[in-house]
Design a protein around this ligand. Sequence first.
Ligand SMILES: NC(=O)c1ccc[n+]([C@@H]2O[C@H](COP(=O)([O-])OP(=O)(O)OC[C@H]3O[C@@H](n4cnc5c(N)ncnc54)[C@H](OP(=O)(O)O)[C@@H]3O)[C@@H](O)[C@H]2O)c1
Length: 253
Amino acid sequence: MGLLDDRVAIVTGASSGIGRATALRLAGEGAAVIAIARRGERLKELEKANARIEGFACDVSDHDALAKCVEQTVSQHGTIDILVNNAGISHYERHTESSLEHWRQIQSVNIEAMYVLTKLVATHMIEHRYGRVINISSTQSIASEASVGAYAASKGAINAWSRALAVDLAEYGILVNVVAPGCTHTEMSIIDGVDETESEYFQKWYVGERKIPLARAGTAEEIANAILFLSGDQCTYITGHTLVVDGGLTVTF
Ligand SMILES: NC(=O)c1ccc[n+]([C@@H]2O[C@H](COP(=O)([O-])OP(=O)(O)OC[C@H]3O[C@@H](n4cnc5c(N)ncnc54)[C@H](OP(=O)(O)O)[C@@H]3O)[C@@H](O)[C@H]2O)c1
């Protein structure tokens, strides 16, 4: 018996990192998982890793493709119980050198696609009076550093929008929560070819000086465990919450 037997989930950004770990974790607990990302070959590998995973290759900023994915999922599986909005991108650039094009691209992938897909999926969750929506933001939504303005704006929007959505959808039995990861070892932690979690600065300050009290980066699987908790029936009285999973990073000065 799995925690998610007979549940149907959509996970975006499932070709690597947190999304991949989440697709495997949810499928491992018995859910049928529709895994969305652009890199189709990566999704094929996921399908091979667990037969309950089905890839759907598309760009989340292609709204017609998202509608097709939802339509196809509902016609094959009857409904959608769990939605994990995880796909995300970042550009590191200081405000003065930043571009409106990058700003728009980040908002389009990180928050607009989330809005569009959740609207499509919510219709079916409302019909079944059941749903779990988990949106992935970041500790950059509550604390900041240089060069992440557009990304931080998108992640702050996720926290605020998810709280409002939780209130809107509560009467239908739909719970909406956010997971805000801290420094997590994934492809996103490789910036300009350098794994920032292995940089001298990270090792000295975050690990050596324990800016992260647990003195290491998190793993994608640790974030997936938090997402799993908010995805199932062990979570029945939490909604509108932002669960920070950061090894203590944001509680330190
Ligand atoms: N790693 C961290 O330290 C960290 C910290 C806080 C928050 N987060 C958040 O966690 C989420 C997952 O990131 P990650 O760390 O796992 O990074 P990752 O390994 O780079 O994964 C990002 C995923 O998003 C997908 N994606 C990006 N643009 C897309 C698009 N236009 N359409 C469809 N899929 C798209 C990528 O797939 P394709 O390239 O195949 O499309 C990939 O599967 C993101 O929202 C990120 O902001 C990460």
